[in-house]
Design a protein around this ligand. Structure first.
Ligand code: C2E
Ligand code: CA
Ligand code: CA
Ligand code: CA
Length: 274
């Protein structure tokens, strides 16, 4: 028994060592991901619940690491945030998404996720303005999706930055709402144009009363703050019918389309635009 106990401890150490080494490697390789052309954006449609028409697309990062292959964003973005490489990656994503969207019909929005680290960086406003100037994208077509953590950290400077961006006509979206710990007064103080309910609540609401209550509460909150609500992760017609009935203005999820590359998105759009 003793023998196997020690064996288990050794396995644990070796595992830990492997995890640490793998992480260091991701950290190093992330620094080079932009210059090595390993990042891509995919675009997922967002539809209006009025007529199910596409109102815009959310840009989502993909990292094709060589030789490891696909690394999911949930794995590398937190690391990029810790090392600071999210600044460079985030700027690349913003520039690429806005360049892409500038070729789309004017009525389509482009939603880009931004990390709190980017918003807190000193020249974020200038970066966004530079990208808009370079791509010629109308500011009101750009939506920046920010998570609740932006309100919790250095909220005064983040608030000032988001307000400046909003004053320029850019739209600010509260992303993943319900998953963090923001207070209602924070929500009111920040210049949001829209609230996105996280997909975990949409996915669970049919089986779970609590998730259903969260969805209802967020829609109620949006109504009283006069903010449209987007439901994320809508996979079934039943979920769509439900969030429509509850009063969500927009929906996003596999039911309307998975994230796909710009090459797949554009031909369809050209037909609509033509
Ligand atoms: P998110 O902002 O909440 O993005 C929505 C996620 O839900 C995406 O995962 C999307 O592929 C997935 N999804 C969409 N519809 C459905 C559905 O119907 N069912 C299910 N099960 N999933 C659905 P993805 O692409 O893996 O991205 C994960 C997270 O990584 C994003 O969550 C976002 O927080 C972060 N992320 C992705 N791209 C960027 C980026 O450019 N910058 C930053 N800062 N974060 C990003
Ligand atoms: Ca998002
Ligand atoms: Ca998110
Ligand atoms: Ca989410």
């Amino acid at each position: 028994a003793k023998q196997s106990g020690r064996g288990a401890a050794c396995f644990f150490d070796r595992d830990l060592d492997r995890v640490i080494r793998e992480r260091r490697k991701i950290e190093r390789d992330l620094e080079r991901a932009v210059s090595h052309d390993e990042l891509r954006l995919v675009y997922q449609p967002i539809v209006s619940t009025v007529d199910r028409r596409v109102t815009g697309y959310e840009a989502l990062l993909r990292w094709q690491h060589s030789p490891h292959g696909f690394v999911p964003p949930d794995k590398f973005i937190p690391i990029a945030e810790e090392t600071g490489s999210i600044i460079r990656i985030g700027e690349w994503a913003l520039r690429t998404a806005c360049t892409e969207a500038s070729c789309w019909p004017d009525e389509l929005q482009i939603a880009v996720n931004v990390s709190p680290i980017q918003i807190e960086s000193r020249d974020f406003t200038e970066t966004v303005e530079g990208v808009l100037a370079a791509t010629g994208l109308t500011p009101s077509r750009l939506e920046l999706e920010v998570t609740e953590s932006v309100m919790l950290r250095h909220s005064a400077s983040a608030l000032a930055t988001l307000q400046r961006l909003k004053d320029r006509g850019i739209r600010i979206v509260m992303d993943d709402f319900g998953t963090g710990y923001s207070s209602l007064s924070n929500l009111q103080a920040f210049p949001f144009d829209k609230i996105k309910i996280d997909r975990r609540f949409i996915g669970a609401m049919e089986q779970d009363e609590a998730a259903l209550s969260v969805v209802r509460a967020v829609v109620g909150l949006g109504t009283s703050l006069r903010l449209p609500i987007v439901a994320e992760g809508v996979e079934t017609e039943a979920q769509y019918a439900f969030i429509m009935r509850e009063g969500c203005a927009e929906a996003q999820g596999f039911l309307f389309g998975a994230p796909s590359t710009a090459i797949q998105v554009q031909p369809r759009l050209r037909l609509i635009g033509a």
